[in-house]
Design a binder for this molecule. Structure first.
Ligand code: GLP
Length: 259
């Protein structure tokens, strides 16, 4: 695991956006694994700016998002499909048919999950997987006690996750109870994984992910098994790391921003 501690949230977002720009410059046909949530908004803003400046193109790339709420159709303003269109897809040059999310309103969500997993495999698996971190240690919507070798499936959200995401909904009671999410096994098949976590609310989960035992109680700890996982944190999210001096010694200030 490479642990990069950036001085602040802006530089952490720069660092992650820069890694995606660099990957697409090297491999324009990369299959990107994308994430939603508040954390990713700053990353996508930077990718849009880089695209407008002619520094990155998504025209040859494909994308698969991690997850989608069960019950929300793609055009629902709180669906993850809607989020992705608004925050990235409509503002860069992805081909319309190249972006994929599970269908939240599929008649049979279990079958839709299996279809989505098969589509990822058919695309040759994810090249670069972008991840956020839940305060309870989830990645995608793989809640604590998720199988560490799980594939895309329907998961029941924890109360903590529904409360954390209620801020995006006009009425907290509208937060869906179920989601379709890539599994931890799906995520671990990616060539490269980049996880971004920022703010004090993520500090405990970040410490458990990086330095805690490998355990389904903290799904993100499964990344300890990945051969090429980079964890990008701001100072606040790094506050509970006990080997922090070591990480800062190896990569001072999170290393140079490649953008
Ligand atoms: C959500 C998403 C995750 C995201 C995480 C953190 O529930 N399913 O993919 O990484 O929780 O979200 P945020 O960035 O808003 O803190």
């Amino acid at each position: 695991m490479k642990v990069l501690i950036c001085p602040d949230a802006a530089r952490a977002s720069d660092r992650v956006a820069g890694m995606i720009v660099e990957r697409l410059a090297r491999a324009p046909r990369t299959v990107l694994g994308l994430a939603t949530g508040g954390t990713m908004e700053a990353v996508y803003e930077r990718l849009i700016a880089a695209h407008r400046a002619g520094r990155v193109s998504f025209a040859g790339a494909q994308s698969f998002n991690l997850d989608e709420y069960v019950g929300l159709p793609p055009d629902h303003p709180l669906s993850y499909r809607h989020y992705m269109q608004a925050h990235l897809f409509d503002r860069v040059d992805f081909a319309a048919s190249a972006t994929h999310l599970p269908l939240g309103d599929a008649g049979d969500p279990g079958a839709e999950a299996a279809r989505y997993e098969a589509a990822i495999v058919a695309a040759g698996d994810i090249g670069l997987q972008l991840l956020g971190l839940g305060a309870n240690g989830h990645i995608g919507f793989n809640e604590p006690t998720s199988s560490l070798s799980s594939l895309t499936r329907v998961k029941t959200l924890t109360r903590q996750t529904r409360e954390a995401n209620a801020r995006f909904f006009p009425d907290p009671a509208q937060v869906p109870r179920f989601a379709i999410t890539m599994g931890i096994g799906t995520i671990l098949r990616a060539d490269e994984v980049v996880l971004l976590a920022m703010g004090a609310g993520k500090a405990e989960a970040a410490a458990r992910m990086i330095e805690g035992p490998l355990s389904a109680a903290c799904p993100a700890s499964a990344l300890q098994f990945h051969r090429q996982a980079t964890i990008v944190l701001d100072e606040a999210a790094a506050a509970r790391l006990s080997l922090r001096d070591y990480y800062e010694d190896v990569h001072p200030e999170g290393g140079p921003a490649p953008m």
